[in-house]
Design a protein around this ligand. Structure first.
Ligand code: UT7
Length: 332
């Protein structure tokens, strides 16, 4: 009988220094602090200003933070999964570069892309490898340099996104802690509502695609919002129901940080009090693949061994889901 569960045993994070406030955005587009705060909950976001650095820079820093905090030998890492929607380059996976740079030279690595659900899906992948017994240390990194694909003249996207990275180490657990259940879904109904149109095999880069601004992220915010509210709440309710959990059993909700109103709607469907709903959206905005590990890292001090945590995400594609996790350690 297979008694191995996959637990998170360490986390780390990195955000760049430059702070892009709502006030600064007021000078770039027709918007204001009051509108952004009330419609999204975001006050500021971090931006990687150095044009010579890509998402891998953020990912390496987050992984190094985890390695230092957990005091692990990178040579023991078996596998590196880099969840990202903004790889350094379309080909030559960023995860490979990151693994080599952090000294995880015994690991194999690749990228995983599911827009804002990348980290959630990555948790499923990391956990499956651990539960199979095949690997002992899987490093999952969620990182995005969203500023590289945001059009700073488009007020419907530039107010939302920020840059950042977070990392989580998955290891076998023999006490039944770690990932308990997952409910993951996708639906191509979302293909046209949130996308980067050009630069892939369908519409390769050309002078025309560049001139038409088709390499930037575009969304129909209202439609994405509607699907996000319904699906993130449905997925979270579903995972509670099928595990016979009530709101009282849940210690923490770790939701994707896209819009405070989406998070509030999910928490409300779960009947969760505000104190259990973890948010840092006001500081970082939507960092896409990095939101979940940034929350885990920021609130790591709150978590106790055995705590019941529900993670939930929704992103382009559409992709969405929720994960039921039992936290595996008390922070030293
Ligand atoms: O992680 C998954 C990825 N993305 C998301 O989850 C995002 C989901 N969507 C959203 O978060 C929201 O739809 C937005 C924050 C993008 C927009 O909020 P909204 O409440 O849906 O606004 P709206 O698009 O319905 O626009 C309301 C009004 C419009 O003006 P009119 O037509 O009512 O006169 C917009 O033109 O607000 C206007 N508006 C703005 N005003 C000031 C749109 N963006 C801005 C802005 N500042 N930045």
């Amino acid at each position: 009988m297979n008694n191995i569960t996959a637990a998170i045993t360490a986390v780390g994070a990195y955000v760049p220094d430059y702070v892009l406030t709502n006030k600064i955005l007021e000078t770039l587009v027709d918007t204001n602090d009051e509108w952004i705060t009330s419609r999204t909950g975001i006050k500021e976001r971090r931006i990687l200003k150095d044009d010579t650095k890509g998402t891998s820079f953020l990912a390496i820093k987050a992984a190094q933070d985890l390695i230092a905090k957990a005091n692990i030998d990178p040579l023991e890492i078996d596998m590196v999964i880099m969840a990202t929607a903004t790889p350094d380059m379309p080909v030559a996976a960023s995860g490979v570069y990151v693994a080599t740079e952090i000294g995880a030279t015994n690991a194999f690595a690749y990228d995983l892309q599911a827009a804002c659900s990348s980290f959630l899906y990555g948790m499923s992948t990391a956990a499956a490898y651990i539960q199979s017994g095949r690997y002992k240390k899987v490093l999952l990194i969620g990182a995005d340099k969203m500023s590289s694909i945001v059009d700073y003249t488009d007020r419907t996207t530039c107010i939302i996104f920020g840059d950042g990275a977070g990392a989580a180490l998955f290891e076998p657990n023999y006490e039944g802690l770690g990932l308990q259940d997952e409910y993951l879904r996708s639906d191509a109904v979302g293909r046209d509502f949130l996308k980067i149109d050009a630069g892939g095999s369908l519409h390769p880069a050309s002078i025309q695609t560049v001139e038409e601004g088709r390499h930037n992220i575009k969304q129909d915010g209202k439609t994405v919002f509607k699907y996000a509210v319904t699906n993130m709440a449905d997925a979270s309710e579903m995972i509670l129901k099928r595990n016979n959990l009530t709101n009282a059993d849940v210690d923490w909700l770790v939701p994707h940080q896209a819009n405070k109103r989406i998070i509030d709607a999910t928490a409300s469907r779960m009947n969760l009090e505000d104190s259990k709903v973890l948010m840092n959206i006001e500081k970082y905005g939507n960092t896409t693949s990095a939101t979940l590990p940034l929350v885990l890292n920021d609130f790591e001090n709150l978590f106790k061994k055995g705590d019941t945590i529900i993670l939930a995400a929704f992103g382009g594609g559409f992709t969405w889901g929720s994960i039921y996790l039992k936290w595996a350690y008390d922070k030293k």
